[in-house]
Design a protein around this ligand. Structure first.
Ligand code: PMP
Length: 455
């Protein structure tokens, strides 16, 4: 459905409100946590959201494991930012070495940024991509929307209903998951993601997605806004993780191109080998994006991000305005990014994600036999969604169960969170260091928590 573009501001931004600490939870906390929360409130203000009713104070990490201030250890099933693993030595060494040598910016010549760009572009489906470096996924998408508007001359973008693309003014206005709290761009057309679970197959989900894209384009073409294109995370992460089968969204992207729009592949979540089947999420569907944006996993936690565009798409923007980003692509950021890319290749982490992810989903599917609340297990590589429902026939989202399960997992030393509009979809997205040995612990914890919840 094409949603009404009228701004609805309720203060509820679905993506940030699920699994979030509420002020009324403070009374039950130990003194140390309560005091840290009071200091946050006093000095950081109240816009930030903490995870969990009993927030976790993490002080150390290694691989897919983290430790809190009391020394308790947790299995991290949530964090894709330290994509190789927490405190990975290759990144620590590279950053330390470069920081001890020189850190400047892109107004001086430096070979490392060129070596990295060449290596990064070698992973893309074409030899005409060019990279501009920024510090966050939000900045990458902000730049991508500007580049796309300049190239097409159009204003209006299409995005999915729970998409999150970042936090700048422009990108916030194109992130429908924030629509309860922020005003959307009046030209934005919002469509449903290809929900493979409710449509019952990738073919049907892809056809429904295509129909929605078609209607949105028709709607834009009836206006005088001009069609800019579609921005999407090809694994639809915050919509609920709909990786689908290869090719599911190809026809929709072809239609965008036929109508003169561009496709921005937001790879902040599925990129850098996570899906196992390909290095990039869009590559699973055989797509050739006009622009690729990257962020979180690119530097294993060091702030480095990129906007990678095909030469002819970037040219109208880059030939008419200079661009500078003080921290973007500095030698330390590039050292981190290079170490991540090299380690993914050297340690075969794409294949690892493929194999361990498959084994994890197989174990989760077995668990589903004993737990009727598990409606669907889906994903690719080390990106898995476990959808909880109140009834498998109606597929009704089990909203309160989702939040209860992640609280229960936290009590049992397993960290994760929820996604999707009903907060009923567990997002299982560990560092790629997550190994086959970690699977039984995750399964046992889920088994225990779901059994508790059923009684
Ligand atoms: N795009 C997607 C798909 C994301 O998940 C995020 C962050 N969660 C962003 C963009 C924004 O990235 P950042 O927080 O680095 O600005």
């Amino acid at each position: 459905m094409i949603h009404d573009n009228a701004p609805i501001v309720t203060g509820n931004a679905s993506i940030l409100e699920g699994n979030s600490f509420k002020a009324e939870d403070a009374a039950a906390l130990p003194d140390r946590e309560r005091s840290l929360i009071e200091r946050r409130e006093a000095r950081l203000g109240s816009a930030y959201r903490l995870f969990y009713k009993k927030p976790v104070e993490l002080v150390r990490g290694h691989g897919a494991h983290v430790w809190d201030a009391a020394g308790d250890e947790y299995l991290d099933l949530y964090n894709n930012v330290p994509t190789l693993g927490h405190a990975h030595p290759a990144v620590v060494d590279a950053v330390t070495r470069q920081m001890s040598t020189l850190n400047t910016h892109t107004r001086y010549l430096h070979a490392a940024i060129l070596d990295y760009s060449e290596d990064l572009c070698a992973t893309l489906p074409g030899d005409d991509y060019q990279t501009m470096f920024v510090c966050t996924g939000s900045e990458a998408n902000d730049l991508a929307l500007r580049v796309g508007r300049t190239f097409t001359g159009g204003q209006a973008w299409i995005a999915t209903s729970e998409a999150y693309h970042g936090n700048t003014a422009l990108v916030t206005a194109h992130s429908p998951s924030l629509a309860g709290a922020e005003q959307m761009d009046p030209t934005l057309r919002v469509i449903d993601p290809p929900d493979t679970y409710r449509h019952g197959s990738s073919d049907r989900a892809g056809a429904a997605f295509l129909a929605q894209v078609r209607r949105a384009i028709e709607d834009i073409e009836k206006s005088n806004e001009g069609f800019a294109g579609l921005i999407a995370d090809s694994s639809f992460s915050s919509d609920g993780v709909f990786t689908g089968e290869s090719g599911m969204i190809t026809a929709a992207i072809d239609l965008v191109h036929e109508h003169g729009g561009i496709f921005i592949a937001d790879e902040v979540q599925p990129g850098f080998a996570r899906t196992g089947e390909a290095f990039w999420g869009f590559a699973r569907h055989g797509l050739v994006p006009d622009i690729v944006t990257t962020g979180k996993p690119m530097g294993n936690g060091f702030p480095v991000a990129g906007m990678i565009a095909r030469h002819h798409v970037l040219e109208p923007f880059s030939s008419t305005r200079p661009y500078f980003n003080t921290f973007g692509g500095n030698p330390v950021a590039i050292a981190a990014a290079q170490a991540v890319l090299d380690t993914i290749h050297a340690e075969g982490l794409q294949q690892h994600a493929l194999e361990v992810g498959r084994a994890f989903r197989a174990a989760l599917s077995e668990l589903a036999a004993n737990h009727p609340a598990i409606g669907d297990v889906r994903g690719a590589g080390l990106y898995t969604a476990l959808e909880l429902v109140t009834d498998r026939d109606t597929k009704t989202p089990a909203t309160s169960l989702g939040l209860a399960v992640i609280e229960g997992l936290r009590r049992r030393g397993v960290l994760t969170s929820v996604c999707g509009p009903g907060n009923n979809i567990l997002k299982l997205r560990p560092p790629l260091a997550f190994a086959a040995d970690d699977i039984p612990r995750a399964i046992d914890a889920l088994d225990a928590v779901l059994s508790e919840a059923a009684h």
